[in-house]
Design a protein around this ligand. Structure first.
Ligand code: ATR
Length: 276
């Protein structure tokens, strides 16, 4: 019997998940059906109850339901607990297992696809919202020399830095900074703020980029965002957006559901939007 999966959100028409998981099913020979599910705001639990009752096996969760999924889950993985949000669910009887694969997807893209090791390097991450929160532990697990969180609202960066220190017993120094106070140069600069969604430029001093730096925007499909343009103008040649992260977090979910990890290169190639 074909196993059913879906991505749930509102809106949902824009989602690439069915295309990605359809491609993964093809390359791995897995028999799955993966659809888009539009749930009314306030109707997350009822929509999930119906999907599970109809035999649904798992789900990806996108905006605005990542916190609803957190509340709905019976078993939260550490990744979901740390992120405070859920992007993948697996249904087993009465159990609703929950994960957040965004951070691990980001790190896999950096280290594996982009050949950009984190170990021993200085990493700067912009933003102190959900995207940064989800990325912290997977980044720290790679043992950077230092991780600096920069945010317009410094108190939010300080809170996340404290949370990160607490969870990794202080092995990697994690600091918070205001944009005007970021000191030194960084090997990896990650834009995890939502600035690219509104085509805004974070107030980042261009002096932060080291000559062989990787500038990475977690946003996908926006071309050369103001952040990437800033990096380019500062002389950075290694630029990337979040297409690989999108594919890798999906591959993590697929492997979790199906026990087989798909190759992501075809999907990344298909979804890549030129950085111009
Ligand atoms: P997400 O879940 O995508 O991380 P979020 O939790 O709403 O979204 O957080 C958005 C983050 O982007 C915040 O850190 C926000 O900074 P503030 O906390 O100071 O508001 C940051 N952000 C949004 N627009 C920005 C901009 N134009 N420049 C810099 N940071 C921006």
């Amino acid at each position: 019997m074909t196993d059913r999966y879906a991505v749930i959100g509102n809106p949902i028409a824009q989602s690439k998940s069915p295309l990605i998981h359809g491609a993964f099913a093809k390359v791995t020979g897995q028999d799955i059906d993966y659809t888009k599910l539009l749930a009314p705001v306030g109707g997350f639990a009822a929509t999930l109850d119906a999907f599970r009752a109809a035999g649904g096996r798992g789900m990806n969760v996108t905006a605005p339901f990542k916190l609803d999924a957190f509340a709905y889950a019976t078993d939260l993985a550490p990744s979901a607990q740390m992120a405070g949000a859920v992007n993948a669910l697996k249904f087993e009887g009465d159990k609703v297992h929950a994960q957040n694969f965004d951070g691990v997807g980001l790190v896999r893209d950096l280290v594996h696809n982009l050949a950009c090791p984190i170990k021993g390097r200085r990493v700067l991450i912009l933003g102190a919202g959900g995207a940064t929160r989800g990325a912290l532990l997977p980044l720290l697990a790679e043992h950077p020399a230092e991780l600096v969180i920069v945010n317009r609202t410094v108190s939010k960066a300080q809170a996340l830095a404290a949370l990160a220190q607490q969870h990794q017993s202080g092995k990697v120094p994690v600091h918070a900074a205001a944009y005007a106070d970021v000191a030194g140069v960084f090997d990896v600069v990650l834009n995890a703020s939502s600035s690219s969604l509104t085509a805004e430029l974070p107030p980042l001093p261009p002096s932060v980029f080291s000559p062989d730096c990787l500038a990475y925007d977690l946003t996908y499909g926006k071309g050369l965002t103001p952040f990437l343009k800033l990096a380019q103008q500062a002389g950075v040649t290694r630029l990337a957006d979040g297409v690989g992260m999108l594919a890798e977090q999906a591959a993590e979910a697929f492997a979790w559901w199906r026990g087989v990890r798909p190759d992501t290169s075809g999907v990344i190639q298909q979804l890549t939007v030129p950085l111009v």
